[in-house]
Structures are given as C-alpha cells and as structure tokens.
Ligand binder design. Structure first.
Ligand code: NOJ
Ligand code: CA
Length: 715
C-alpha cells in the first residue's frame, strides 16, 4: 500500500496581490510559470526554462454550447500559492519510490458579465507543469456543454516533432518525424482516411506529442487524469506556431458535459534539455490521485504467453466454425462442424501450457477465441455479439484451468467487446463473476470496430467513462485489466493500479499486418508510454511470415531488438508473444525472456534520443540482478554501456544478447550472438546494434563457480 513518507504543504494566500499577474518557479528554480490576464480579461500563461521562453503567452478557456463562452471578460480574484512534497510507493512501476514535488498556483477568476467562477490550478515540477480548469459549486452555473476547450501551447519555433495524426478512434499509427511546419503536407500525402476511423484534420495530432527545439529543449505535451471528459487532440496553426486543444466530439458533435463542482483533466508539458529526463519523468503519474484501492495485495505483475500470434498471423482462427453468416443468437454450436483451424482447442491450449510451464516464469496463458461469437463479429456494428461466458465446444475450460493450475499457471481471460459497450456493460457483472468462479484474475479486453451506440467515438467522454467503469468494476472482483483499443492512458494506473496495461498504440500485431517502422520503438517511450504501460507484446523470434497462407508480412526488427523491448518498453504485464515452436528454434535466446523480471526496484536511463535510440538499465525488485535493453531505429549504431550503476566492489556476470555483425532487420533479422563475461561497476562494453536492432543484457552477481570466467569482451 501507499506509504507517504513526507508531505509538506504550505499555503500562502496572496490576498494582497490580485491574480492579474502571478509567477511561480519550480522547486529547483529552472522553470518559471507566469499567469496573467490580458486587458480584455483573457487568462494566459507562459513558461520559461533556464531563463529562456519555452511556452510564449498562451490563452486559456472553454467555448460552451448554449451559454456564453468562458474565454474572456474575467476579473482576478485571489491567488493561492503553495508547495507540496511527498514520496509515494507505487504498487508496481519502474521504481519503488516516486517523489511528487511541486509548487502550485491557484488563481480564482470571475467572469464579470455573467458572474461565473472559473479557477485555474497550475502545478510546476522540476520537469514540467500541469494546469487544469476548476469550477467550484456556484449559483450562476450548474451544467455546461462544451463546444470545445481552448487551451493553447504557443511555441517559440518550428520545432522537430514526433507525432501521429489526429483520429477519434485509433492510435494504431506509425509515428512521423518532421518539423511542425511539414506536418500538414505529410498528413495529406501519407495518411489515408480509413472508413472505420475518423481522421478529423490534416493538422490534428494526438498526444503525447514530443517536440525538440533547435536549442535542444524537449517538450512533451499530454494530459493527466482523463476522467469523465473527452480525450484531447491538438490542432496546430503553422502561422502562429500555436497548438490548441481539440476535444473528441460525441455523436451529436458536443465535446463534453460537465456539472459543477468539477474540474478538467490536467493539461501537461514535460520540459527538459536531456532526453533521458523525459523517460524518468513521473509528472503524469504525480498529477493523478493516490491509489483508491485499499487492499492492493492481489494486484501482481504478470508475465504471460498466449494462443494469440498464431491467430494474428492467420495460421489459425479465433472462430470455431466457418466465419460469415453464423448469428450468435440463432445457432446451436453443438450441431456445427468445426472449421479445423480453431486455435483455442483444449489440445492446443495444453500444448502452450506444457511449453510455458516448463520455465517456471510464466504466470498466465492468454487464450483468445475461447468463447462463442467469433464467426460473426467483425465490423458488424451491432449490439449483441459476445456473451463472455460460453466456451466453444472444443474448449474444456474447467479441465484447462486445472491443467494450468497444476503446472503453476492460470488462464488469462479475453473479452473482445467489438466496441458494443451497451452489451458489455449489461453483461459485465456476470462476465467478471464467471472469471472469479473459474479461477481467472487477469483480463485482456478489446474494443475493435465502430462503437455501439452508433456515432460515438473511442475517445469521447461516453467511452472514457465506460473504460473507467470497467476498471473500477473489475477492482470489485479483484481483476486486473489490460484494455486494447481503449483511450490512451493518462496515469490513471496510479489511482487504479489494477489497470496493468493498455494497448492504445501500434503494437506487435502490426508486424504481421505489413510491419512497423523500426523507429517506432525508439519513439514510444517518449510519447505513448508517458501515460502508462503498454501491452506491446514483444518477443517475436521468427521474422519472415510470408510462408503463412495469406500473410505477406515480415517483422521489421532483429531478434536482439525483440529481447531489448522487455526492458525498454516498461510494463508490469509482459507477453512472450511468439509460439512454442518458434521459441524452440532459438532456445538459448529465449533464456533472456525467462530471466527478465516484470517488477523493478530502480531504473536508469543510460542514453536516449527520440526516434534514434534508447538504452535503459533496470534492477530486479526481488534480487540484485540488473537487466539492460538497448534499441536503435533504422540506422546501425555502436553504443558504449557503462556499468557504473552496479554496486562498487562486487563482481558480476553479464550475459549479452546482441545482434550478430551481419544482422539487419531487412536482410538477416534472426542473426544474434550471446556473449558472457565478468564485469564490475568500473566496466564498460561497446555493443553493436544492427539496423532495426538492439541488445539485451542480464547481469547477476558472480559466485564461486564463476571463478574461472573471463572478463566480458565483445569482439
Ligand atoms: C485487437 C487486439 O489488439 C488484438 O490483440 C486482439 O487479438 C484482437 N483485437 C482480437 O480481439
Ligand atoms: Ca489493436
């Protein structure tokens, strides 16, 4: 449970000074934030970093439907400054202790003409800021319908950006890298409007968005604590160099419904001149509420395998019978003939359990396609698709759960909702109870396809409330949740740590749908992962999928790169995504997946540059072992890893899994080598990363048996 070591909160009410202009600085003095009201009563803020402007005066406010806007005409009331310093223990995370230290400014505003009150709260950390709108209980207003939010980020130059196009329904894009001024042209040329999704503008981008100025300052814009509100996108104006918030609309075009007293999510920016500090930032988590689950002892990180990749690659199918015209409510499965390609059969599941349980490191086995309904689910845009409680006739659930339990594992549940949230909410209690009754405690859920009710979007307020409802409901049943296709995370896992994963970005599945650009995994930690962990599903060992009928894809990554992802893409939920057969081919490399933990006590960000490379070292929570992962983009690089994070005076054994000198993600992706040798805190190693490659290192303390082992040399 959370234990708060130190809380320091001092409130200074600056009653003498009206809020009209107020400045706060970060605890280390490097950032300063100034709030001011313009002559026409428009609230604005600006931010300096190391005495230079990073955010120029930027406007704040909301446009309302059916009521006067909350954009101008404000008069300043009191300003309250305070400071806060605590250290909290996450249930799981990249470290065991997180410091939450900021200076705060709360400005109270009243719109003179309407008498409505709107407060703006700013929190300034050493690594960035958060701001949000707060509406106290008040006589003049209770309900508000949001036409749009008008929060601005006015930039100082034509920064380099790591971005993906705006879309109300998916983030499963490859990232683009370009100057801000080039985004519109690139989006027009390369982003096709997909009928099942809704790209709203060539200028719109999604958050977290990472920028780099010519002066070498990084800015990551995102939001924190997205609760009961629509997900924010950003619209860029190349003329003014201003980003403005743009919320996801609902089916009738409104962007949100709020009722006082209430507040918006935090609008955030992490600001630093060292890319490694972006990775070390805990600003998003710190802006979320402390844990609301009293007893968290049942929430455990999970390493898992699954009957999954064979479905994604098209080797086998989710459905039991031939797909197409079998209506779930009209069919008697007992009378149907199986197609012969069903993946979730009792026999096949046992085969995976036999392989996975041998290693003693896998907690669970995910089984997709276990339940009836898959013959007629895709793109149907209808309410009733799955019931979440009826197994296919060839999937013997009690027998399999027992089989797994006897081998130290459990089955992991899968609920594909086909985005029919009404159906899912109606059945949720029964579905979760079914899990508990059948020995499940972890759930992968999914929201593929158009939303039912029609016209709603995956990232609108209605859906966000649904995802939140599912998390809180699952907590009642002591179930951990990993939701795919849900809104991208905003640090809610601090408050609800049973949200142990999300997809909400382009995961490994796309390596089977044409591939993902190698730079993808060098951008995710700076963008998508800022909000919370991703169920990326790494660990593919067989890169050429073209001999699978109907699949023409190649995995655009080397095998060593796949291993590195267990360290570089932090998640308390990690999958070994490939099949037993593919792991058997390279069982010495599989040892890294067996050894790498999912719980860490400490993380060190050794080298990082968005879009280029990431090297991270992490210490196992349960031992003195360390693990290092490094990935590169489409360029080969040689990295020097210094082992100075190790305890001084101790001898360690390092096992390095590296790209072979002739490895290449396009021409020779499975070529790797394993080198073992002794190291100390004074050692360093030069490690080659092929194009699309990487490396993984496991480090343990040396024992007497290692006496004769040579020092680590990678030739
Ligand atoms: C998309 C998910 O990302 C994938 O992991 C899952 O297998 C399919 N939907 C089916 O639910
Ligand atoms: Ca997906």
């Amino acid at each position: 449970m959370k234990r708060i070591f130190l809380i320091l909160a001092a409130a200074l009410v600056a009653l003498a000074t009206p809020a009209a202009a107020q400045t706060i600085t970060s605890p280390n003095g490097q950032l300063s934030l100034t709030f001011s009201l313009t002559d026409s009563g428009v609230p604005t803020y600006a931010v300096d970093y190391k005495s230079a402007a990073v955010i120029l005066p930027s406007q704040l406010g909301l446009k309302l439907n059916g009521a006067a806007d909350l954009l101008d005409g404000f008069a300043a009331g009191e300003a309250v400054k305070s400071t806060f310093d605590e250290t909290w223990e996450p249930v799981w995370g990249e470290e065991t202790h997180i410091r939450n230290h900021y200076n705060e400014l709360l400005v109270r505003l009243t719109q003179t003409a309407t008498g409505r009150q709107m407060n703006i709260r700013f929190r300034l950390f050493n690594d960035g800021y958060g701001l949000r709108y707060e509406f106290p209980r008040q006589k003049r207003v209770s309900y508000m319908t949001i036409e749009d939010e008008r929060t601005e980020w006015a930039l100082t130059g034509d920064h380099y950006a790591f971005w993906m196009p705006g879309d109300y329904d998916t983030q499963e894009y490859d990232y683009f890298e370009s100057r801000l001024s080039e985004m519109g042209q690139i989006a027009a040329a390369h982003v096709s409007t997909n009928a099942s999704t809704t790209r709203f503008s060539d200028w719109g981008v999604q958050t977290a968005l990472t920028l780099k100025s010519d002066e070498g300052v990084y800015i990551t814009i995102h939001e924190a604590a997205l609760i009961d509100y629509s997900c924010m996108h950003l619209i860029y104006n190349p003329e003014t160099k201003v980003f403005t918030s743009w919320l996801t609309p609902d089916a009738i075009g409104n962007k949100g419904y709020i009722q006082t007293p209430c507040h918006t999510p935090w609008r955030t920016a992490v600001i630093t001149d060292d890319a490694r500090e972006l990775l070390a930032s805990r600003l998003t988590l710190n802006l979320n509420e402390p844990c609301k689950i009293e007893d968290t002892s049942w929430i455990k990180p999970v390493k898992y395998m699954g009957v999954w990749w064979e479905l994604i690659t098209g080797t086998n199918s989710w459905s039991y019978a031939t797909e197409g015209n079998i209506k779930l409510d009209q069919v008697d499965y007992a009378t149907l003939k199986p197609s012969g390609t069903h993946g979730a059969t009792t026999e096949n599941v046992k085969h995976y359990i036999d392989f996975a349980s041998k290693w003693g490191c896998f907690d669970q086995l995910l089984v997709e396609g276990w339940n009836i309904g898959w013959e007629d689910w895709f793109g149907k845009h209808k309410d009733f698709v799955f019931d979440f409680v009826t197994p296919y006739p060839d999937f013997n659930l009690p027998e399999l759960q027992k089989y797994a339990n006897e081998r130290g594992m459990r089955l992991m549940m899968h609920h594909e909702t086909s985005a029919s949230i009404r159906n899912y909410e109606r059945r949720m209690d029964e579905a979760y109870k079914f899990m508990v009754d059948n020995g499940y405690n972890a759930l992968k859920s999914g929201y593929v396809g158009n939303i039912f009710p029609r016209g709603e979007h995956h990232y609108g307020q209605l859906m966000n409330n649904h995802y939140q409802y599912a998390i809180e409901k699952a907590a009642e049943y002591k179930i951990v949740v990993n939701a795919h296709e849900a809104v991208r995370p905003t640090g809610i896992c601090r408050t609800w740590p049973n949200l142990i994963g999300n997809e909400s970005a382009r995961g490994t599945e796309y390596q089977s749908f044409g591939g993902s650009h190698p730079h993808h995994v060098t951008i995710l930690p700076f963008t998508r992962l800022q909000g919370g962990p991703m169920d990326y599903t790494p660990g593919i060992f067989r890169m050429d999928l073209t001999d699978i009928p109907g699949n023409s894809s190649k995995v655009l990554s080397t095998l060593a790169n796949q291993l590195a992802l267990y360290v570089t893409l932090y998640s308390p939920l990690q999958m070994a995504a490939d099949t037993p057969e593919n792991y058997e081919r390279y069982i010495d490399a599989f040892q890294f997946i067996v050894d790498v933990p999912v719980e860490w006590s400490e993380s060190r960000y050794l080298s990082a540059e968005p879009g280029d490379y990431v090297v991270i070292a992490r210490k196992d929570k349960k031992s003195s072992n360390w693990f290092v992962g490094g990935v590169t983009d489409e360029n080969q690089r040689t990295m020097t890893v210094k082992f100075d994070f190790l305890e001084k005076g101790k001898q360690y054994v390092a096992t390095v899994y590296a790209d072979a000198p002739n490895a290449d993600y396009e021409t020779n992706p499975e070529a790797y080598r394993i080198v073992e040798g002794k190291i100390t805190a004074k050692s360093a190693a030069k490690i080659f990363m092929a194009r699309g490659g990487g490396f993984a290192i496991s480090i343990r303390e040396a024992t007497k048996a290692d006496r004769k082992m040579k020092n680590l040399i990678i030739k």
